[in-house]
Write a protein that binds this ligand. Structure first.
Ligand code: GLN
Length: 198
């Protein structure tokens, strides 16, 4: 199993480490591959789009011609994980607050509000419950967006108050927090399960 990590900007090495821990804890022989070129997308079994600055990632993806190829691969069934900025990039609709322009890939039928928790609370941690995961999960939010609209066929797997913080649509999993910044590998394992089912 080869998990590609889009390595343009953001929490790239943290995702690679988290996937390596998750693969080990599942006893799966797998590896991670940092995706910096269009060619390196070929042959991967899953793709993670990390958190960071969505406008920067989107501009580079576009410049490298990766956006078109990623859309094609995901539409053909490639499992994709979006975390924080990655979720902004997967969205079909964005509600912005005058931030730098981000051109999302538009793959998931969700509406995302950037920086939804406000600048005064740019980061915080919260215990959440996730469908399919037993017990609490400590989630780290950094300038987090919020998933404010879910189209048909999209399920909410976790909420903070009334708002969705994890959405799943077929082979696509999107969350507004940073699972790669904790030692808890359960969210990465959840994505590995989607890859295994493909
Ligand atoms: N607010 C950032 C953006 O709009 C996302 C923050 C993050 O990924 N931690 O790109």
């Amino acid at each position: 199993m080869i998990i590609g990590i889009l390595a343009i900007q953001g929490a790239v090495s943290e995702h690679a480490d988290a996937f390596q821990r998750a693969l080990r804890s599942r006893g799966i022989a797998g590896e991670t591959r940092l995706i910096r070129t269009l060619e390196s997308l070929e042959g991967i079994d899953g793709l993670a789009i990390p958190g960071g600055e969505s406008s920067t990632i989107s501009a580079q993806m576009n410049r490298l011609g990766m956006d078109t190829r990623i859309c094609q691969m995901v539409e053909e069934g490639l499992p994709v994980l979006g975390t924080c900025a990655g979720t902004i990039l997967l969205a079909r609709r964005l509600e912005s607050d005058g931030e730098e322009v981000t051109n999302p890939l538009g793959l998931m039928d969700i509406t995302v509000r950037r920086n939804a928790f406000g600048r005064q609370k740019e980061s915080f941690e919260h215990d959440i419950q996730i469908d399919g995961i037993d017990g609490n999960y400590r989630a780290i939010f950094i300038r987090a967006p919020m998933i404010i609209g879910l189209g048909e066929g999209v399920v909410s797997l976790a909420k903070l108050g009334e708002e969705t913080i994890i959405a799943k649509q077929g082979n696509m999993l999107a969350m507004v927090f940073h699972p790669e910044l904790t030692m808890d590998t359960r969210v990465h394992e959840m994505f590995i399960d989607i890859v295994l089912k493909r």
